[in-house]
Design a protein around this ligand. Structure first.
Ligand code: GLU
Length: 261
């Protein structure tokens, strides 16, 4: 029995040491897999490419990691992966909000985008007013539904809107929402007529703009993207310093220009 305990203890120590070594050597980053310009996974080579991928590699190098390991994340998976220590950082069009800042650390924004809506051109929907009583597809765990309802309320398209009480699944005050796990699924629902519109940040929507689809005239709710880390992580101040430096010296501008975003 004693022998067994010593063996189990040694095994635990070995596991702990190898886990530490892994954390030291590999920068584990969550990125999107379906966003041209930001982070797109090439299924044949299994390589990721885009601005957020380059940013992750640059951060990994500057932070002293040996390599960077990418994990694809959906909007809803971003926070839980950090909570569970499955990732060191998330660099995935993750909008900084007060609610999210209470749960995770965010760097200074490295990119800002606005939210808008994509529709089938033959629907005739052209602006926020045209979305009255329509069904809008959004991604679970995203800011999109609340941003759209707020913009429709501000444009007086819907009344009696209470942003604090807003719940995506039950909201029925002049527009309704259907939630999806990822963006390809919303695009398919729009093609099939299961939703009337597709709402999210323009940088994401642009991936789904085909010749028979149009953006509505309005864009709203600027989305500031930050690098997210676990709250209190020792990486947070280091990442903040690097992002701030690269914003000041033009490095980030050059990177976004390279990707045409
Ligand atoms: N940027 C928005 C968010 O963080 C849209 C969702 C997404 O990035 O996938 O909620």
């Amino acid at each position: 029995m004693k022998k067994f305990l010593v063996f189990a203890l040694a095994l635990c120590l070995l596991c702990a040491v190898s886990a530490m070594a892994l954390a030291d050597g590999t920068f584990r980053v969550g990125v999107k897999q379906d966003l041209y310009g930001f982070s797109l996974l090439d299924q044949t080579t299994n390589e990721y490419a885009g601005f957020e991928v380059d940013l992750a590699k640059k951060l990994g190098e500057a932070l002293g990691y040996d390599d960077v390991e990418f994990t694809p994340v959906t909007a809803a998976q971003r926070g839980p992966y950090l909570d569970n220590d499955d990732l060191d950082a998330v660099i995935a069009t993750f909008t900084i909000t007060d609610e999210r800042k209470a749960k995770w650390d965010f760097s200074t924004p490295y990119y800002v985008d606005a939210v808008t809506v994509l529709v089938n051109t033959d629907s005739g929907i052209a602006d926020l007013a045209g979305l009255k009583d329509k069904v809008v597809g959004v991604s679970s765990g995203s800011t999109s539904a609340k941003a759209l309802a707020t913009a429709m309320a501000e444009a007086d398209v819907i009344d009696d809107f209470d942003a604090d009480a807003f719940e995506i699944a039950t909201f029925n005050g002049g527009v309704t929402f259907k939630e999806f796990d990822d963006y390809p699924a919303i695009s398919m629902a729009l093609a099939a007529g299961d939703v009337d519109a597709f709402c999210v940040d323009k940088s994401i929507l642009s991936n789904y703009k085909t010749s028979d689809r149009s953006f509505i005239a309005d864009s709203f709710a600027p989305q500031e993207y930050g690098v997210a880390t676990k709250q209190g992580s020792e990486l947070s101040p280091k990442i903040e310093e690097l992002i701030t430096t690269w914003l000041e010296d033009g490095t980030i501008d050059a990177m976004t220009a390279e990707w045409g975003i």
